[in-house]
Design a protein around this ligand. Structure first.
Ligand code: UTP
Length: 249
């Protein structure tokens, strides 16, 4: 299985710090956040990790040159930041002929208290290699920050078949409080949808919109994985991540 880590965003929510240090390079103990995310992918079975970055962020590459991980890293540049879907699309040639789902880990999302990707891999394998999106329940007043899922049928308390998914809905329009939580295992068909995906919320090419269109062709599950997601893309989320990683690794 191959993994993909989009890490080319501008990081404006953590400015001005991110004008000097990419958020993915923020220290978590002795190593930068991105090293922990690469470890998570490799532990979950990734034999190659593709990282999407940009020429403004040379530190990421430098880190892994000095500190090689257990699997090869392939670097792909996103030269203009048109959103997560656009970032993922830049790596299409590395994934579209794959027969297995692609593991996508957001470069600014850390998970404490377990390996979310491993748990998602297991549940995907147990369901014929289907796509699985990691999710968490969020307070209703925060749904407009996330991709929000609608469940078609609940299989267990933490596992359900997706009926719909919508990026950053208003509180009134949100189909649930189940939010995408930084980890995806997606059928490579998603690249076909990304290729002609038009801009969505915020004028960005949204991965959520491509997944939504893929639902007409592929079964996708939502899964509340064990552990907690921390968004290190803002100062408060970063501090909370440090506390949590300190407590339970
Ligand atoms: P975010 O929206 O959290 O990242 O995207 P951002 O754009 O850096 O954040 P702000 O809003 O400016 O603070 C989630 C992930 O997708 C990557 C980011 O690096 C992050 O890991 N991303 C986002 C890209 O690689 N390219 C993009 O164009 C946008």
């Amino acid at each position: 299985m191959k993994a993909l880590i989009p890490a080319a965003g501008h990081g404006t929510r953590f400015a001005p710090w991110t004008k000097l240090i990419p958020k993915e390079m923020l220290p978590v103990g002795a190593r930068p956040a991105i090293a922990l995310i690469v470890d998570e992918a490799i532990e979950a079975g990734a034999d190659e990790v593709v990282i999407i970055t940009s020429p403004e962020k040379p530190l990421l590459k430098k880190w892994f040159e000095l500190n090689p991980p257990k699997a090869p890293i392939v670097w792909v540049d996103q030269l203009e930041q048109h959103g997560l879907g656009h970032a993922v699309l830049q790596a299409a040639e590395h994934f579209e002929s794959e027969s297995e789902p692609v593991l996508i880990l957001l470069g600014d999302a850390l998970v404490s208290g377990g390996n979310a990707s491993s748990a998602m891999m297991e549940i995907s394998k147990a369901n014929g290699g289907a796509s699985v999106i990691g999710c968490e329940e969020v307070p209703r007043e925060r749904v407009s920050r996330y991709g929000i899922m609608k469940s078609a049928s609940e299989i267990s308390e933490a596992f359900f078949k997706l009926a719909d998914i919508v990026e950053k809905p208003s509180i009134e329009e949100a189909p649930s409080n189940l939010a995408v939580a930084g980890r995806y295992l997606l059928d490579p068909a998603v690249f076909r949808y990304l290729k002609d995906q038009t801009a969505g919320v915020g004028g960005e090419i949204q991965l959520t919109d491509a997944i939504r269109r893929m639902l007409s062709e592929k079964t996708v599950f939502g899964y509340i994985y064990p552990g907690h997601r921390h968004d290190i893309g803002n100062p408060n989320g970063y501090l909370k991540a440090l506390e949590a990683m300190n407590e339970n690794g």
